[in-house]
Design a protein around this ligand. Structure first.
Ligand code: ADP
Ligand code: MG
Length: 253
């Protein structure tokens, strides 16, 4: 199942530094949104707010029917208890620049531990799913390998499979190929491309403009905590209206 994401009026500051300023974003179920923008523009913070790793100062974030991090009574919001936030996070997969696999667990263990411990699913069901997912990311033969025995590209594919093992409704990617050697970028993008085709709702922070052009239903350009420009690949990449978007694109194209 995939869910839509609706972000309305989100503000976030760290001290006096306003990092997200009235951010509105709507990602329809099954679509791919690519976020572009210079370093420090608030991209990672926005992703982290979507699963309440950061607490927002104003606004609302919904994933499907769930109001993330809060329950609403009348027009007041109350922060949820930690265990309820943890439950919401199970439906939001996240993949980071640095794969963050558990180094003392095999590939298979990395995939099965969370569904068994957090979602309390049966080991048989989870094992079957894990093997299916490893096959899907092209690593069926590496189930018993240790993370350190894998290349960066293989580790990132395991990280994607691990996120999918929780059967999330949306997937968030924060510069998933930025730490990889150039020759390993393609295999990770290929897995993401096929995930997009399967109908997963995805928000992807990346500088891979070719991937964005091919896969994104919507591209947003952020600068200084503001969504400066949003639209299809054709509009944002080929006919940007704002000078800041043009300046940024000239550095990555
Ligand atoms: P991006 O991912 O676009 O590079 P970030 O969301 O990481 O940008 O950061 C946006 C701004 O927020 C930067 O100025 C950064 O220094 C600041 N920031 C991010 N996380 C924190 C934090 N935990 N504490 C204080 N400032 C932070
Ligand atoms: Mg970042």
């Amino acid at each position: 199942m995939s869910a839509d994401i609706n972000i309305q009026g989100v503000n976030k500051s760290f001290g006096f530094n306003k990092v997200l300023d009235s951010v509105d974003l709507s990602v329809p179920a099954g679509s791919v949104c690519v976020i572009l923008g210079p370093s420090g523009s608030g991209k990672s913070t926005l992703l982290r707010c979507i699963n309440h790793l950061e607490r927002i100062d104003a606004g609302t974030i919904r994933v499907g029917d769930e109001l993330i991090g809060y329950r609403q009574e009348g027009n007041r919001l109350f922060e949820l208890q930690e265990y309820k936030i943890a439950r919401q996070r199970t439906s939001i997969g996240m993949v980071f620049q640095h794969f963050n696999l558990f180094p003392h667990w095999t590939v298979l263990q990395n995939l099965i531990e969370a569904p068994i411990r957090v979602k309390r699913e049966s080991k048989a069901v989870v094992m079957e799913r894990a093997h299916r997912l490893l096959k899907r990311v092209g690593l069926a033969e590496r189930a018993n390998a240790w993370p350190r025995e894998l290349s960066g590209g293989q580790q990132q594919r395991v990280a994607i499979a691990r996120a999918l093992a929780m059967e999330p409704d949306v997937m968030l990617f924060d510069e998933p190929t930025s730490a990889l050697d150039p020759e390993l970028v393609g295999e990770v993008l290929e897995v993401m491309r096929s995930l997009a085709k399967s109908g997963m709702t995805m928000v992807v922070v990346t500088h891979e403009i070719g991937f964005a052009r091919e896969v994104a239903d919507q591209i947003i350009f952020m600068d200084g905590g503001v969504i400066v420009e949003a639209g299809s690949a054709e509009t944002v990449l080929d006919a940007p209206r704002h000078s800041r978007t043009k300046a940024f694109l000239s550095t990555v194209l």
